[in-house]
Design a protein around this ligand. Sequence first.
Ligand SMILES: N[C@@H](CCC(=O)N[C@@H](CS)C(=O)NCC(=O)O)C(=O)O
Length: 184
Amino acid sequence: MKLYGSYTSPFVRHCRIALLETGIACDFIETDQAGSAAQSPTKRVPFLEDGDIFLTDSSSILKHIREKSGTAFLSSASELDLFAMVNTALDATVNLFFLQRDGVDLQAYEYTRRQAARVESSLAELNALTLPMHAPYSDVELRLACYLFWGLFRKRINIDAHTNLQQFLAGIDKYKPFADTPPL
Ligand SMILES: N[C@@H](CCC(=O)N[C@@H](CS)C(=O)NCC(=O)O)C(=O)O
């Protein structure tokens, strides 16, 4: 099995955590934007090869890893909904990060302002969840932690007003599979 990705991507980090948790052997192939553009139709990382199987999204990759190790991935509609909410906020944050890096004024457009508002309202909603302070962590919680860590690392989000999220992140930072996979 081969996982293609970068060490900085929060989507890739979640897959790396699942591999550490399950102990499934997998080669990590460091892949930059030129590499993902050439090798995946989505032109994104992560993507995964396992024999005849080729997967192009972290969600399908996680489902593959979890099911290979005999555990479920997002077993209820509510779990899937929360996972989708974190992804929506993460996608919007990544989108704004790349646009700003390309010189776009994020305040100048209705759409980029809406993207920023979506991030803020999602963070407020996620802060209201009951979150664990120690393992075991679900895939929703792992995705949330990968997002928060990356957003703070890239200075793209501010959670000063969200003490629940801060405490959750401080707790999961001590969880070995999370601590062993920081963005480099
Ligand atoms: N829905 C995808 C999102 C993956 C994604 O956005 N990856 C980013 C890296 S964090 C990427 O490769 N971006 C390259 C680009 O947009 O050109 C997943 O869950 O795997």
